[in-house]
Structure formats: structure tokens, C-alpha cells
Design a protein around this ligand. Structure first.
Ligand code: PXP
Length: 238
């Protein structure tokens, strides 16, 4: 199981004081040195944390893989085409949300997404879709011509251990199996932490995690190197 680390909230700390530190690119490089196999960030339309200058620095410095999460808008497409990340992850975005609230509704947005995805792919960018564990949504991702999806683990992560959470985990298992059968590379993320990650890591079709908040939070206490190494140690046997 590969770990990619979302470094958005290093920029959140910086923006809390409109300062110039901590430097997210430095966090990204330390995360890579500690075993992360990719760096993820989300450029939001309000630029509340990650900004264009961060993307340029990431593109210069990241040696593993740069994955930029963004909404499927014209503004964001222009940014992706300029920065040329290795992966663009398409996510829905509601301006007041604290964090991404669900997967992208590819069924409702199929017409718009088709040409948007093609344009990114034509520029050599791999496109991922952040999607709820819903078989119909996943089938539509395949139809749209992507070969990578990230299953939203947010519902599972919000639940306490018990029957409801087991049901949410089962949905993720079924979704991962279905995606894999359709020939998609299957990743997962959202809300995963040091306690809830193992049952998801044990799903064989999921090959990569995108984890942010809990690693940044733990970094504030023990440093990023240890925070990343602890997560890698938890998931690497899968
Ligand atoms: N995947 C996607 C698509 C996200 O939007 C986020 C949050 O930015 C994550 C994964 C990581 O979630 P968390 O910060 O809760 O680990």
C-alpha cells in the first residue's frame, strides 16, 4: 500500500497569520524523505490554503508524484495545463465547506466532464476522479475514460467502530472490487487516520492512500518525519 501525503494544512497554518511559514514545499520534501510516494494538494477557488506559487514550487521540487486536487472548472483546467502535475484529481467543491464533502457526481456532470477530462489527458496528465463508493458512479467514471479513481472513505471515517461503520466499509470493499474489475486503478482517501486506516488498508484492490489532516496534526506534535513514518509503518505490509 502506497502513501501519498496531502500537505494543504501546512499552508493553512501559514495562512492563519498570512505569513510565509511553514513552507509547504519543505513539508512535501520531508514527507518524501520519510517514505511518502507522492505529494497531494488541493487548490481551492478561494485559495484558502494552497496558492499558485505553491504549485509552481511543488512542480519544481517534488521527486515522487504530484497530485493536485481541483474542481472541474475552466480556471482550474488552465492552472493544471500550466503546472503539468502528474495527476489531477477532480473533486466537487462547495465554497463554504470545511473540507470536501463527498465524491464528484459524475452521473449528473457526465456531459461537462467528458471533454474536460479529455483535454487534461491530451496534455499528458493522468486524471483521477474522487468518487463515492457507488457502483453506478464508478461505472460512469470508466465510461468517461479515466483509468484511476479515488474512493471517498469519508462516510466510513466519520463513524465509530460498530455495525454502521462495518456497512460503510463493506460499501468501500464492493466499490473497490467493482472498480478493479472494470480495469480501474483504485485509490482511497478522506478522513483516514492512524486508528481507522487498517481495515481499509486490508482491501486488496486499493493500492494507494491520500491522507492529509491526521498527518499534519501529528506533525505539529512529533514532527513530519515521524508522523509520515508512523503511517507508512502501519500500512506498508498491505
Ligand atoms: N482525498 C480527497 C479527494 C480530499 O479532498 C482530501 C482532503 O483534502 C483527502 C483525500 C485527504 O483527506 P484528509 O485530510 O481527511 O486525510
Amino acid at each position: 500500500m502506497k502513501l501519498t501525503v496531502n500537505v494543504d494544512h501546512f499552508a493553512t497554518i501559514r495562512e492563519a497569520r498570512r505569513s510565509n511559514e511553514p513552507e509547504p514545499v519543505l513539508a512535501a520534501l520531508l514527507a518524501e524523505q520519510a517514505g511518502a510516494e507522492g505529494v497531494v494538494c488541493h487548490i481551492r477557488s478561494d485559495r484558502r490554503h494552497i496558492k499558485e506559487r505553491d504549485l509552481k514550487l511543488f512542480r519544481e521540487a517534488v521527486k515522487t508524484k504530484l497530485n493536485i486536487e481541483m474542481a472541474a472548472t475552466e480556471e482550474m483546467k488552465r492552472i493544471a495545463l500550466e503546472i503539468q502535475p502528474d495527476v489531477v484529481s477532480l473533486v466537487p467543491e462547495r465554497p463554504e465547506e470545511l473540507t470536501t464533502e463527498g465524491g464528484l457526481d459524475v452521473i449528473a456532470n457526465e456531459k461537462h466532464l467528458g471533454p474536460h477530462i479529455k483535454e487534461l489527458q491530451k496534455a499528458g496528465i493522468k486524471v483521477s476522479i474522487f468518487v463515492d463508493p457507488d457502483l453506478k458512479q464508478i461505472e460512469t467514471c470508466r465510461k468517461l475514460g479515466v483509468n484511476l479513481i479515488e474512493i471517498n472513505t469519508g462516510k466510513y471515517a466519520d463513524l465509530k467502530p460498530g455495525e454502521e461503520r462495518d456497512k460503510a466499509l463493506d460499501e468501500i470493499k464492493k466499490a473497490a472490487g467493482h472498480g478493479h474489475k472494470l480495469g480501474l486503478e483504485v485509490h482511497a482517501g478522506h478522513g483516514l487516520d492512524y486508528k481507522n486506516v487498517l481495515p481499509v488498508a486490508a482491501i486488496p484492490e486499493i493500492t494507494e492512500f491520500s491522507i492529509g489532516f491526521c498527518i499534519v496534526a501529528r506533525s505539529a506534535i512529533v514532527g513530519i518525519e515521524r508522523a509520515v513514518k508512523e503511517m507508512v509503518a502501519l500500512i506498508e505490509k498491505y
